[in-house]
Write a protein that binds this ligand. Structure first.
Ligand code: 13P
Length: 276
């Protein structure tokens, strides 16, 4: 049994200068491949259920799936709710057995975000779990624009909420299909200097791999969320498996061909975040 909380895996990363991947799961096949990759690399992994995953599969099923994978794993595995939209959703996730929740109040006014996040932090800690919050706003490629995190606000947010991890906006954007120009390292350094909490980069797919490594080792960034680039590998391998044999109809046989490519791609993500 290697079920862990977010704090369990981020505290040593913060102390020793590395980062842990929060990998976006859409189902059993990718979650299982991510745990196999983490075992092969000998590193912890955060399995994340985001809004689209939850729209497809009920929360209790996802909690049981992540916990089952953790029980059989040789490395620490965190069962994390990504972008919890309200306090009730975070409560439901904790009740189902998630060991970590993100409350996303980044669209709220500052004071409301602090108050609601602090409530989720208290709830999570009472349940023996962790809580991630967001300050500033991480936008979406081709969609909502970002609002960069202000270092002073980040400090007041961390202080006022007691979050275990803090998602920040420093040039990162969700859903980028290829690596972009990179992050604003000066802003990140200012946030790091003003806070004493592990920082989280959402939209990890858009961050060049070399910069991920440098930030993992040299800054307070301890968690990179990566989804799109792994979903691309899953989609491509699934398409190839479907087209390989037009007579084949058994989905277990088809889906099994996604495992190796997704696990390989996840290994590369995990390897880049390891300590020096
Ligand atoms: P990407 O899909 O852009 O890698 O972002 C993942 C993420 O931040 C999930 O919260």
């Amino acid at each position: 049994m290697t079920l862990a909380t977010l704090s369990d895996v981020l505290a040593p990363a913060f102390r020793d200068g590395y980062a842990v991947a929060g990998l976006v799961c859409l189902g059993w096949e990718d979650a299982r491949a991510y745990v196999a990759a983490a075992e092969a690399e000998g590193v912890p992994v955060i399995l994340q259920a985001g809004p689209s995953c939850r729209a497809h599969t009920p929360l209790p099923v996802l909690a049981a799936m992540f916990r089952t994978l953790a029980e059989g794993a040789s490395v620490p595995v965190v069962a994390h709710l990504d972008h919890g939209n309200d306090v009730a959703e975070c409560r439901a996730a904790l009740d189902c057995g998630f060991t970590s929740v993100m409350f996303d109040g980044s669209r709220m006014p500052f004071a409301d975000n602090v108050a609601a996040t602090a409530e989720v932090v208290r709830m999570a800690h009472a349940a023996g779990a962790s809580c991630e919050g967001e300050i500033g706003f991480v936008g979406y490629a081709g969609g909502e624009a970002s609002l960069g995190t202000d270092p002073d606000e980040a400090a007041r947010f961390a202080e006022g909420t007691g979050v275990d991890a803090l998602a920040v906006s420093v040039g990162n954007v969700h859903l980028q299909r290829s690596a972009g120009a990179g992050l604003d390292e000066a802003r990140l350094a200012a946030i790091g200097a003003a806070t004493a909490v592990p920082l989280v980069i959402h939209g990890g797919s858009g961050v060049p791999a070399a910069q991920r490594t440098a930030l993992a080792r040299g800054t307070s960034v301890c968690k990179f969320n990566v989804g799109t680039e792994l979903r691309q590998v899953f989609g491509e391998s699934l398409r190839a498996a479907v087209l390989r044999d037009p007579d084949r109809f058994d989905r277990v046989a088809i889906l099994s061909e996604t495992h190796a490519p997704v696990a390989e791609a996840a290994r590369r993500v995990l390897a880049a975040l390891k300590p020096a």
